[in-house]
Design a protein around this ligand. Structure first.
Ligand code: PMP
Ligand code: GLU
Length: 399
């Protein structure tokens, strides 16, 4: 076998995608596993969205589309981003990609190379550093603290910026913390970016999942000074329960978007037209389904976090957005599981929880949270009750 590129050797498997697959396989094998692993809403995709896709198939809308996406959807995305604060954004400065994942990947690919740095706030969504590593660039981590509910300290960001910093990745509401970054923090990030000419990639995929009193405001609205440097990234996966349709989108600086479109033209030719029609129906259709899902997630959040906080030894900050809880489990590390497994770290702990308690949780390790585990509450309340009972029994018997 020929040798491989250095960056390919440093890529890690996605722990979230792996766990999603494992939990589904265990269920298919008849094992009663409660999955708090996947960041994937359990709701069905709204009917009007499905109907739009079915209509597209029936009318034969089954061919290649322009590499940047279908014009109607790009128009809808441009209107959405303009309403978010990227005022006057033309459709030509948008791109439709295969999930937010692919537009993030394209942006990082065309922006960075070996010798460049990208700032990521930790804990972070585990794919960011992998995307950065895939171009040979380096991730510079700026820590946030559980005690401060993972709110970013702009002074730490300022101290981390160097002449090699090409981009800052902001994710609010955040995965895995759920934190909605306060307005003044986002403004400060905008000032730092504008001062140094750094692109801010604002991943706003959880925008519709902020729970009162927290409130989502787009980075574009809060930091207009950084407008020329702001790439907004969003998608239909979380808000419309459309993970499998694989539609994401971005809007921002023309030169950046142009290069992303060229890359997509060679790499994938863009997402399926059928899914783009479905996304158009989602973006331009009724907002009631989004509201209903948000209310459910809020109730589930309370149920899960309350139950977690009742387990002796667990410390769980209350997340204000997304659908993840990130409890600290440091007090269990270095001990022994109920069935006798050593628990040296959170990866061993998550494995023991899956094997012994039949609950899928993700180790915090690949998220830069090495003493926490991540639990998704994007599942029904009965599953949350059952899973929390199992976890409570498990942690109660750790020796
Ligand atoms: N950003 C964040 C923060 C995420 O958690 C996810 C997870 N799916 C994505 C982007 C990618 O979403 P998708 O590719 O399904 O649009
Ligand atoms: N983003 C979701 C998660 O963190 C889905 C899996 C993935 O894309 O990583 O669980």
């Amino acid at each position: 076998m020929a040798s491989f590129a250095r960056h390919a050797g440093s890529l890690h498997e996605s722990a979230t995608m792996n766990l999603i697959g494992r939990a589904k396989a265990m269920r298919a094998a008849g094992i009663d596993v409660v999955s708090f692993g996947a960041g994937e809403p359990d709701f069905d995709t709204p009917d009007h969205v499905k109907e739009a896709a079915i209509a597209a198939i029936r009318e034969g809308f089954t061919k290649y589309t322009p590499a940047a996406g279908i014009p109607e959807l790009r128009e809808a995305v441009a209107r959405k981003f303009a309403a978010d604060g990227l005022t006057g954004l033309p459709a030509a400065r948008t791109i439709i990609g295969i999930g937010a994942k692919s537009v993030l990947f394209d942006a990082i690919t065309v922006l960075t190379e070996e010798g460049d740095e990208v700032v990521v706030f930790s804990p972070y969504w585990l794919s960011y550093p992998e995307m950065v590593a895939s171009t040979g660039a380096r991730t510079v981590y700026v820590a946030t603290d559980a005690a401060a509910n993972y709110v970013i300290d702009p002074d730490r960001l300022a101290a981390a910026v160097t002449p090699r910093t090409k981009a800052i990745i902001l994710n609010s509401p955040g995965n895995p913390t759920g934190t909605v970054q306060p307005d003044d923090v986002q403004r400060a990030i905008g000032r730092i970016a504008a001062k140094h000419g750094i692109v801010v990639i604002s991943d706003e995929i959880y925008e519709h999942l902020a729970y009162a009193p927290a409130r989502f405001t787009s980075f574009a609205r809060l930091a207009p000074d950084a407008g020329d440097l702001t790439l907004l990234v969003n998608g239909t996966s979380k808000a419309y329960s459309m993970t499998g349709w694989r539609i994401g989108y971005a809007g921002g600086p023309k030169e950046l978007i142009d290069r992303m479109i060229r890359l997509q033209g060679h790499a994938t030719s863009g997402p399926p037209g059928i899914c783009q029609r479905a996304a158009l129906a989602a973006l331009t259709g009724p907002t009631a389904p989004i509201e209903a899902m948000r209310r459910s997630f809020d109730a589930r959040r309370r149920l899960m976090v309350d139950a977690l906080c009742r387990i002796p030894g667990i410390a769980c900050p209350v997340p204000d957005g997304a659908f993840y809880a990130l409890p600290g489990v440091a007090s269990f590390l270095g001990r022994t599981s109920p069935a006798g497994r050593p628990l040296p770290d959170v990866s061993a702990l998550s494995e023991a929880v899956l094997e012994e308690a039949r609950v899928a949780v993700v180790s915090g390790e690949p998220f830069g949270a090495p003493t926490s585990i991540r639990l998704s509450y994007a599942c029904n309340e009965d599953a949350i009750r059952k899973g929390m009972e199992r976890l409570s029994a498990f942690f109660g018997q750790v020796r």
